[in-house]
Design a protein around this ligand. Structure first.
Ligand SMILES: [Zn+2]
Length: 164
């Protein structure tokens, strides 16, 4: 079990604020808002599977939207900010994920409005008998590549991020 110190050291400020303090990342700012690669979205804190890319859709609200959950998620009534909403948390580690609304597409009619900061995407491309999982190059190009890192550094950074 990670201590609060461990989490602070490992997470970005936004990831910490969202998952541990129930914060919300600014709309259209998260890295998975317009991200539609094939793969799975795990909890950034405990690594549990939460959502799959096949249930993600373009909801246009500024946060990643899913119409179905794929993991162990719990629902909590949230009356903050004078609104009646349903908060969703990772059931394993209680980290805050976002909220669920009733304006999603069929067949569920649900919209899980989730902070990118709560998620860790793992692409579905698997090499070497599952030992190395890669994300699509697309993700890397937009990030470290444009800031002049070498290919080796980039691979290392990707591996670190995925934490195989
Ligand atoms: Zn979790």
């Amino acid at each position: 079990m990670e201590t609060d110190e461990d989490l602070k050291a490992r997470l970005t400020r936004m990831q910490y604020k969202v998952t541990q303090e129930g914060g919300t990342e600014p709309p259209f700012s998260g890295k998975y808002d317009s991200h539609f690669e094939k793969g799975i979205y795990n909890c950034i804190i405990c690594g549990s599977l939460l959502f799959k890319s096949e249930h993600k859709y373009e909801c246009g609200c500024g946060w990643p939207g899913f119409w179905e959950k794929d993991g162990d998620i719990k629902f909590i009534k949230d009356y903050s900010f004078g609104m009646a909403r349903t908060e969703v948390q990772c059931n394993k580690c209680n980290s805050h994920l976002g909220h669920v609304f009733n304006d999603g597409p069929e067949p569920t009619g649900l919209r899980y409005c989730i902070n990118s900061a709560s998620l860790n995407f793992v692409g579905s491309k698997v090499k070497n008998g599952g030992k190395f999982k890669t994300v699509k190059p697309n993700d890397a190009v937009k990030g470290p590549a444009s800031r002049g890192f070498s290919t080796l550094q980039r691979s290392f950074m990707l591996l670190r991020r995925i934490r195989v």
